[in-house]
Design a protein around this ligand. Sequence first.
Ligand SMILES: *Cc1c(COP(=O)(O)O)cnc(C)c1O
Length: 394
Amino acid sequence: MAEDPNTWDVETRLVRGGMARTPYGEISEALFLNQSFAYESAGAADRRFSGEEPGFIYQRFGNPTTQIFEERLALLEGAEGCRATASGMAAVHAALFGCLRAGDHLIAGRALFGSCKWIISELLPRYGVETTYVDAVDPAAWRNAVRPNTKAFLIESPANPLLEITPIAAVAAIAKEAGAKVIVDNVFATPLYQKPLQLGADVVVYSATKHIDGQGRVLGGAILGSNEILNEVYKDFLRHTGPALSPFNAWVLLKGLETLELRVSRQTENAGKIADVIAAHAKTKQVMYCGRPDHPQAALIAEQMTGAGNVIAFDLGSREAAWRFLDALEIFDISNNLGDAKSMATHPSTTTHRSMTEEAREEIGLTQGWVRMSVGLESARDLARDVDRALDKA
Ligand SMILES: *Cc1c(COP(=O)(O)O)cnc(C)c1O
């Protein structure tokens, strides 16, 4: 092929990136439900195991369908390499445990996805890794938390559920000076709207469960970065601990990537309209949406993101009001997922963030009145009517 895929626009990358056809010339990517692979000779097996000759060995190490997914996602991200994982949490777990060992120190933003918080607060300490939580929006807080043994920074931006933004370039520069790796959980921004590697991050992780599938079907995840970091830090960890993505799920996620840009751009357009409806309603105390000029970090968003995404958070003042709102919705589902074609809303304090103490929630500003919403692909007019009516009843 004469064309270099790296010169392609995003839409072309999403449809054709990583394409590898069998001799049958199939148009839709082939689904290889194959655990293991035969070698032509004992010598060929030897060369494949040594890495001298390329080729597949075992599904835990790699699979042709999974590899198309990895190459397509790497091309989208602008990363040298990608390793797919069975879920977003498998990616976060591997990203942290691959580069941390006993005696190391991690710095992380205070507002994080609930399971990430569990890994850091409950699991890492069992292996002798301490963490300092910081106010992620403030570069000075990251700098002040650096210790001689700081080995990694974990950034989630926009953060769940209140959409605080970490200044990634500034924080990555501090990490670089400290000799620490920067891991960015880029789920809320999606690979379309934020490029952490270009901002100085070493590793980007995704839950492909969210926008990349985006149709409520399968779990998946990914770790992206340079070939050097993937080979030296993550290759053996992933091969031997076994968080491999199922090829079936890789195939579903490939179909998801084909329509990712279409879906996320429409979801974002819809979310902008719905955020305005919420902001205009008398029952709303505060709305947080990355696409609104009243987001407290609007200038930073304009610098480091190219789109606002489809998640909105808003405060209705009390748990009772938030629950009345949720219970009055007729089109939106009450669900904690996000990035789906179907619009959904959740009450973080009693669902995704219930394992945090009340004080910890208050520290990140998550009081009982907040609702988090993921806007889908239904008609914006129908969604606006649903939200407006539910707000009346809140
Ligand atoms: C959902 C999510 C995860 C975890 O992904 P799973 O695929 O559910 O394991 C991690 N980080 C963020 C920000 C998420 O939204």
